[in-house]
Ligand binder design. Structure first.
Ligand SMILES: Nc1ncnc2c1ncn2[C@@H]1O[C@H](COP(=O)(O)OP(=O)(O)OP(=O)(O)O)[C@@H](O)[C@H]1O
Length: 322
């Protein structure tokens, strides 16, 4: 039975120790029903450990995990969860269909439903015409798709995916996200880990950033941007000749008793001026005017909105790399 009000997942004070190393240090978050949540974090942050703990593959040292309000070790909770692990768990010497049969049985899909589910999975993955081919000979992207199908054959309400697009080409990546969108549209709640900031930014409803076993940020892109780097824009202006000195920009700062301040931007000897502007509508015009007043012509300009990349750098001080 599913509790009407409870979230899909509720994680409180989750801890996992491997000997003296604490991989999870009191992780707390919720996954709402029907939500797609992306977990980001540098290498070793604890993402895989978290997914494994949620999937019952490793026992947490402390903390609670509730699935639709039920303890993680209840039968209802187990049936609600589907895991798509990072490492491909497929039988290379079996065909696509044979792999699906094996995983369907493993997940306890009733015999009478198995064929229907497998036909659905073959369509869903776009591999119907490869049903009788050995999986061992497939490309990385195709194997990922079969792996995904094997993890969701029993139609779990919550799908946990550890790096679902690692090592696949951009086309397969796109295809995998279309497949996940379909499950999400049909009501599944999705929790995935990824190394791709753009993927998290474009594909998820909410983002949790994990660093050294702790949640250091949790929110929508807008919330994360606002609480870290703010809504300022990076402006890059190229001018017609190297600066002889930094450019003086007088700006009026609104607020209690308007203040006039002068900023000096740009570096002598460079043709590029980079600065942050709090409010484009108020400050961009005076900034460009000041560049002209200092005797330079603007030859090119770029305004960059803050992205998840800036949030991540701000919070962890590191680039996120594969
Ligand atoms: N079975 C294990 N035994 C001992 N230490 C482990 C084990 N599994 C993970 N760790 C350690 O726990 C920490 C978190 O590892 P985890 O794999 O969860 O991180 P991750 O965020 O998934 O990293 P990556 O992005 O590299 O996959 C790391 O320091 C790792 O070395």
């Amino acid at each position: 039975m599913i509790h009407a009000e409870s979230p899909a997942l509720e994680i409180v004070n989750l801890r996992k120790k491997y000997g003296r190393l604490e991989a999870l240090r009191g992780v707390e978050f919720e996954l709402s029903r029907g939500e797609c949540l992306a977990f980001l974090g540098p290498n070793g942050a604890g993402k895989t450990t978290l997914i494994r703990a949620l999937a019952g593959r490793t026992r947490p040292t402390a903390g609670t995990i509730k699935v639709f309000g039920h303890p993680i070790d209840s039968i209802g909770a187990r049936q609600a969860l589907g895991l798509v692990p990072q490492d491909l768990a497929l039988y290379g010497d079996l065909t696509t269909r044979e792999n699906l049969v094996a995983f369907g049985k493993f997940h306890g899909v009733p015999r009478r439903e198995l064929k229907k589910r497998i036909d659905w999975a073959l369509q869903w993955t776009g591999l119907a015409d490869r049903a009788k081919d050995l999986v061992g000979g497939f490309s990385g992207g195709m194997k990922r798709r079969v792996n995904l199908a094997c993890g969701v054959l029993h139609r779990p309400k919550i799908i946990l995916l550890d790096e679902p697009t690692v090592g696949v080409d951009p086309q397969s990546r796109e295809r995998i996200f279309t497949m996940l969108d379909q499950l999400n549209d049909e009501g599944a709640s999705i929790l995935l880990t990824t190394h791709h900031l753009d993927e998290a930014e474009q594909r998820s409803d909410r983002i949790v950033i994990l660093d050294q076993g702790r949640v250091i940020a949790d929110g929508t892109i807008d919330e994360l941007v606002l609480s870290t780097v703010g809504h300022s824009r990076l402006v890059r202006v190229r001018v017609d000749r190297p600066l002889t000195a930094p450019v003086a920009v007088p700006l009026t700062v609104p607020g209690n008793g308007e203040q006039r301040r002068t900023y000096h931007v740009g570096q002598a000897g460079r043709e590029l001026i980079e600065t942050r502007i709090d409010d484009v509508t108020v400050h961009l015009g005076p900034f460009l005017q000041a560049v002209q007043n200092n005797g330079y012509q603007v030859s090119d300009m770029e305004v960059q909105a803050p992205s998840l990349h800036h949030v991540f750098l701000h919070l962890t001080g590191n680039e996120l790399r594969d």
